[in-house]
Design a protein around this ligand. Structure first.
Ligand SMILES: Cc1cc2nc3c(=O)[nH]c(=O)nc-3n(C[C@H](O)[C@H](O)[C@H](O)COP(=O)(O)OP(=O)(O)OC[C@H]3O[C@@H](n4cnc5c(N)ncnc54)[C@H](O)[C@@H]3O)c2cc1C
Length: 462
């Protein structure tokens, strides 16, 4: 690991003078709050937490940190699942909670300009007054800065794409303190290197985002939703492949295995049939075309041996279903009180989704591990939650073996080590296997943007 200078009293005085005493702290409780995210990774305390209010403040902080060789880690809402915002080499945490303004909504251009600390669910409430929303939907109330940095996605990605598909322009502060603006208000461009998408998914290791222009879509009032139950997980996953292959464009297509449905029933009182299940939704068009779409979907489900199909799901039930799906992680956590969770996040080409899900379930069975499989099936994305006692060395050995086998299998199928949660700490060990020689190019890019390695050190690279 690279060595940095210790943060000292003079550095603290500099920060206090720059932003004011009330927006800098070395208080133990605040350091602790910024030492863990939602993952199982151990905590790392920073030296100091700062709440900037402008790009200019961020610029001066980075300039000082770069000259002094002190690590800086940006912080959104801390909902990451791979240790992405943890200050593993101490230093300064930049918390964007106070840069949470929607700067401008341009409904006619389907665009919004925001500061990075805006939470997407809160933003979408405001945008709904204009009949618009930002489609990527990770479930937890993440910040836009954190979503861009992790390239988050969610249940609507199958129709609208992930965060990367919905970011047009960025203001970024580089490690040297230089402020740059990159991208365009146009919805397409072939102009020069695509720096916007270099920053998307860079997990705060290349620059600090201080403003973003996002692409919005209209809220479609007409929708049709269905719940399909299957005897086997294979029946459900084969159905996913055939729905996508049929050219039908679902707005959501989610898989939940029997164990996940059982937890939702226990914790959420939805009384769902406890079998492998698909949540399917279409939006837009006319009532007639939506009905036709669902009829085609039912035919596909039938051909794959469905044991239940409920269409015409009403608004309330549909909202409760999505709430339960969004809360699956929290419900599983609550249902496993006293145990720790690791969530595996792989994505494969849709043609290999069945095989991936089958392999993952067989692997945890082989290692005698309790697990829950669910995911954004329409994107070939699988989450597998492993629950157990992480203080038990024997369990940890089996957990790590299962994790390694499942992620490696995803790579062998032409997939990725992380569909949406990012590399953080947990997926670094798979980077060489996934990227081969291009990992060296990534290292050169990092060196170019951040020669002293101060930005979120200890992430992405093995
Ligand atoms: C219950 C639950 C469900 C989830 N479901 C999903 C899901 O369906 N899909 C999904 O994609 N994710 C999901 N997540 C993971 C998480 O919500 C996302 O990764 C989210 O994007 C993290 O955003 P955040 O604001 O919490 O960022 P943080 O966790 O605070 O930070 C994330 C990364 O962004 C960097 N960062 C933060 N702000 C900036 C900035 N201004 N400039 C540069 N870098 C910055 C940090 O350094 C870090 O590397 C889920 C998490 C939970 C707890």
């Amino acid at each position: 690991m690279r060595s940095f200078n210790p943060f000292n009293q003079k550095d603290l005085e500099f920060l206090k003078k720059l932003v004011g005493e009330e927006r800098v702290t070395t208080g133990q409780s605040y350091l602790e709050l910024h030492s863990t995210d939602e993952s199982y990774h151990k905590g790392y305390f920073p030296d100091v937490v700062v709440w900037p209010k402008s790009a200019e403040e961020v610029s001066l902080i980075l300039k000082m940190a770069n000259e002094r060789a002190i690590p800086v880690t940006p912080w959104g809402a801390g909902t990451s699942l791979e240790g992405n915002p943890l200050p593993v080499q101490k230093g300064i945490v930049l918390d964007f909670q106070q840069m949470d303004q929607i700067l401008s909504v341009r409904p006619d251009a389907f665009q919004v300009d925001v500061q990075p600390g805006v939470k997407y669910q809160d933003m979408n409430k405001t945008l709904s007054r204009h009949g618009l929303f930002f489609a990527p939907d990770p479930g937890a109330n993440a910040t836009i800065g954190g979503m861009i940095a992790n390239n988050a996605s969610g249940v609507r990605t199958v129709k609208y794409g992930g965060t990367k598909d919905n970011v047009l322009k960025l203001e970024v502060v580089l490690a040297t303190g230089e402020i740059i603006r990159t991208g365009t208000f146009a919805h397409k461009s072939s102009s020069g290197y695509d720096l916007v998408h270099l920053f998307v998914g860079s997990e705060g290791t290349l620059g600090v985002i201080t403003e973003a222009t996002l692409r919005l879509v209209g809220i479609l009032e007409k929708y049709s939703a269905a719940i399909a139950n299957f005897e086997s997980v294979e029946g459900a996953t084969n159905t996913v492949y055939e729905i996508i292959g049929s050219g039908l464009g679902p707005a959501a297509l989610e898989l939940l295995d029997q164990a996940t449905i059982a937890v939702i029933n226990q914790e959420g009182h939805l009384a769902l049939r406890e079998t492998p299940t698909l949540f399917i939704e279409f939006t837009g068009g006319t009532e007639t075309s939506l009905k036709e779409d669902l009829q085609k979907v039912e035919d596909i489900c039938k051909a794959n041996g469905y044991v239940g199909f409920k269409s015409g799901v009403g608004r309330d039930e549909r909202n409760r279903l999505w709430e339960a799906r969004h809360q699956a992680y929290e419900l599983i956590k609550r249902n496993n009180a006293g145990l720790s969770l690791l969530i595996i996040d792989t994505a494969v080409p849709i043609s290999h989704y069945s095989q991936m899900v089958h392999f993952a379930r067989e692997t945890i069975r082989k290692h005698e591990i309790k697990g829950y499989a669910f995911g954004h099936a329409g994107d070939g994305n699988l989450h597998l939650i492993i629950a157990g006692n992480f203080d038990d060395p024997d369990f940890v050995k089996r957990r790590d073996k299962a994790n390694e086998e499942i992620v490696s299998h995803s790579l062998s199928l032409g997939g990725t080590a992380t569909g949406e949660h990012g590399v953080g700490i947990g997926k670094r060990k798979f980077m060489a296997q996934e990227h081969g020689e291009s990992l060296q190019v990534m290292k050169k890019v990092k060196q170019l943007f951040d020669p002293n390695g101060i930005l979120n050190p200890g992430k992405i690279f093995p």
